[in-house]
Write a protein that binds this ligand. Structure first.
Ligand SMILES: Cc1ncc(COP(=O)(O)O)c(C=O)c1O
Length: 392
């Protein structure tokens, strides 16, 4: 494909909001009930049905859901929680917020997800939970992870911020999860409500406690206290948080959920066009779903440069794409390299070599449903141009 300069910059990501979402949000604004209410309840119900979970609890972010999942499971000071550093800070920060210590385990070099073969050697008598991250929409090796969790009686809190629609061995992430699964509806996510999150579980105790903790620890259904038949009395059963979803978010979520299959179809089409174009180019490592990722959500399209072949460093590659009017991003700067973590835990470069190498060579290309066919072709042509002209 020959390269032609675009006249306008292609942002790395844009949300896909149609008149359907706008109308639903306006209806909520006019309804007189803006806070947590009937739309949130409806969205929780539909979401649980979609992923195949028994319970779903709406949150104002995935971060809040991840935090509450651990608190609801009784994780606290003195405990250790295993996770991987190839993630956004939320997965590890929320472990610290419980008072527990995050214990990082390196990633698998093919998938970017936690390497299950390295988990068991990090289990101590303080380990209470595992937080696996379904990176970019790739499923973690859940059978291996749950086997270790069962053996050592560990709680599993899956970080599925990227994995709505991902299937592990033919079943949706979130389908029959004994622990908890947290999703993000942040502005860049496959289903977006601006900010927002959901916790799903099959455990009624986790679901109940998550619901209570998400609203200050307030007794159940207190949100209904201004409605006819609602009671003004409430109790604070424990020291909870102001983490609940509210109806404006849920209105957006309900409409986005109705369009999710169609949006996922478009994501898969774009990913497949990228894969077909880049597989033939030397020096590029394209994302390949693992054998157990029967459906990839294609939240991110993470391309990796093979430094032996592509002489441009990743940062330069991104700068050159920006000069060609293509926006990109990086997922992720490893959490253990963040200054708050190096200061507190003394991590050093080289501690998690597979993760660090992944970070050095990875960039995320634009992948979103409002991209036109011309946009996709521009990205492909720009990457091809860079690789062909800068190749050793
Ligand atoms: C892997 C991962 N986990 C958790 C989060 C936190 O999501 P939220 O912004 O909804 O709190 C993100 C956000 O991008 C993420 O990428």
């Amino acid at each position: 494909m020959s390269f032609r300069m675009r006249s306008e910059f292609l942002p790395y990501c844009l949300p896909d909001i149609t008149d359907h979402e706008v109308a639903e949000v306006v209806a909520v604004l006019r309804s007189g009930w803006l806070a947590k209410g009937p739309r949130t309840v409806e969205f929780e119900k539909r979401f649980a049905e979609y992923v195949g979970a028994k319970y779903a609890v709406g949150f104002n972010s995935c971060t809040a859901a991840l935090h509450v999942a651990l608190i609801a499971a009784g994780i606290g000071p003195g405990d250790e929680v295993i996770t991987s550093p190839m993630t956004f800070a939320a997965s590890a920060n929320t472990i610290i917020h419980t008072g527990a210590t995050p214990v990082f385990v390196d990633i698998d070099a093919e998938t970017g997800c936690i390497d299950p073969s390295q988990i068991e050697s990090s289990v101590t008598n303080r380990t209470k939970a595992i937080v696996p991250i379904h990176y970019a929409g790739q499923a973690c090796d859940l059978d291996a992870i749950y086997d270790i969790a069962d053996k050592h009686s560990l709680f599993v809190s899956e970080d599925a911020a990227h994995a709505l629609h991902t299937q592990y061995k033919g079943r949706m992430i979130g389908h029959r999860a004994p622990g908890a699964v947290s999703y993000s509806f942040y502005a860049t996510k496959n289903l977006c409500t601006g900010e927002g999150g959901m916790l799903t579980t099959d455990d009624p105790k986790i679901a109940d406690r998550a619901r209570v903790l998400s609203s200050h620890g307030m007794s159940k259904n207190a949100w209904n206290r201004y409605a006819k038949g609602g009671s003004w009395r409430y109790d604070i059963e424990e020291f909870g948080y102001k983490y609940n979803m509210f109806d404006i978010q849920a209105a957006l979520g309900l409409k986005q959920l109705e369009r999710l299959e169609e949006m996922q179809h478009r994501r898969a089409e774009i990913a497949s066009e990228y894969n077909n174009a880049f597989a033939a180019l030397p020096g590029l490592i394209i994302p390949r779903p693992s054998p157990y990722t029967s459906t990839h959500s294609w939240h991110l399209y993470v391309l990796r440069l093979s430094p032996a072949v592509v002489p441009l460093a990743r940062d330069q590659f991104m700068e050159q794409l920006a000069e060609r009017n293509i926006g990109t991003s990086v997922h992720f700067i490893p959490v253990h390299m963040m200054s708050a973590y190096t200061k507190r835990f003394g991590y050093q470069a080289g501690d998690f070599p597979v993760c660090e190498q992944w970070f050095d060579n990875a960039l995320s290309l634009p992948l979103y449903t409002t991209m036109t066919e011309a946009d996709v072709k521009h990205v492909i042509a720009a990457v091809e141009d860079l690789v062909r002209n800068k190749i050793r």
